[in-house]
Ligand binder design. Structure first.
Ligand code: NAP
Length: 297
């Protein structure tokens, strides 16, 4: 297989490309930029696009994907598109309508992966998979206990294929990763580049990942950039990485992740950077019984 389109197999038999484009940007950024970035990313070789109902860009991202299909650059089956069920649609009867709303905005027949936040919606989502509206079902921001809860659910028909969580050298999630691997669940890393300082909810006093001296030294050694080192780190430990960029130069740069390898000593140094820095703390959820980040992992 073409290196650029490396995939990992999910526990339901589908394949997920190991590098994905993140499409979230703060509200004030025009949605047309998500459309442009998605087109640029497909041209640059990205085949995995991560969006969500709540990002309010599905219309634009869908239009970008469809324009690349219409232009003969890709076929629908070449693209792995992820959407997410927002927390207001968790009542079982709201699940399929929410997914259909996303599909309508996207103007697509199905999404490849649909990610949920809480177990209550699972049964309804299993039906969407059976109806062919979604190929795979995953979860996001689940800690180990919450994953176990879902895996032990009586009558579970499809186990989640992935858990999408914040993951980068400052929060490497090694325990959660080991647990996910033991259950054949792929860990998908968001904020793999340390997220964006422009976001209101990112703690501005937290250290800037891409300024880390170890990342800098490894970038110099490999004649790459700190961002590429952070992305390559994930791929070599079996993690699928999302990289958000709306910038053509950086979108293209991020595809270079397939052009070099880190040594085991490099990986060891990167493992040593772990320091429990969480950029996205979802403070709105603190105090809720299902708030996922109060436990160790
Ligand atoms: P990220 O991927 O860590 O990116 C952070 C910033 O890095 C971006 O603003 C980007 O700015 C910049 N960047 C990209 N490539 C670069 C490079 N080569 N060199 C230097 N800087 C570079 O940020 P994120 O948006 O937090 O996470 C990525 C995606 O994960 C999101 O877009 C979203 O799809 C998903 N996500 C999911 C959840 C969830 O709860 N499930 C939460 C957060 C995020 P430019 O655009 O200017 O290049």
């Amino acid at each position: 297989m073409d290196l650029k389109h490396q995939c990992v197999k999910l526990n339901d038999g589908h394949f997920i490309p190991v590098l994905g484009l993140g499409t979230y940007a703060p509200e004030e950024v025009p949605k047309s930029e998500a459309e442009e970035a998605t087109k640029l990313a497909i041209d640059a070789g990205f085949r995995h696009i991560d969006s969500a109902y709540v990002y309010q860009n599905e219309e634009e991202v869908g239009r970008a994907i469809r324009s690349k299909i219409a232009g003969g650059i890709v076929k629908r089956e070449d693209i792995f598109f992820t959407s997410k069920l927002w927390a207001t649609f968790l009542r079982p009867e709201l699940v399929r309508p929410a997914l259909e709303k996303s599909l309508k905005k996207l103007q697509l027949d199905y999404v490849d992966l649909y990610i949920i936040h809480f177990p209550v919606a699972l049964k309804a989502l299993e039906k969407c998979k059976d109806a062919g509206l979604v190929k795979s079902i995953g979860v996001s921001n689940f800690n180990r206990r919450q994953l176990e809860m879902i895996l032990n659910k009586p009558g579970l028909k499809y186990k989640p294929v992935c858990n999408q969580v914040e993951c980068h050298p400052y929060l490497n999630q090694s325990k959660l990763l080991d647990f996910c691997k033991s259950k054949d669940i792929v860990l998908v890393a968001y904020s793999a580049l340390g997220s964006s300082r422009n976001k209101k909810w990112v703690d501005q006093s937290s250290p800037v990942l891409l300024d880390d001296p170890v990342l800098g030294a490894l970038a110099k050694k490999h004649k790459r950039t700190p961002a590429l080192i952070a992305l390559r780190y994930q791929l070599q430990r079996g993690v699928v990485a999302l990289a958000k960029s709306y910038n053509e130069k950086r979108i293209k740069e991020n595809m270079q992740v397939f052009e070099f390898q880190l040594t085991s000593e490099d990986m060891r140094l990167l493992d040593g950077l772990n320091r429990n820095v969480r950029y996205i703390t979802a403070e709105f959820g603190i105090g809720h019984p299902n708030y996922p980040f109060s436990e160790e992992y």
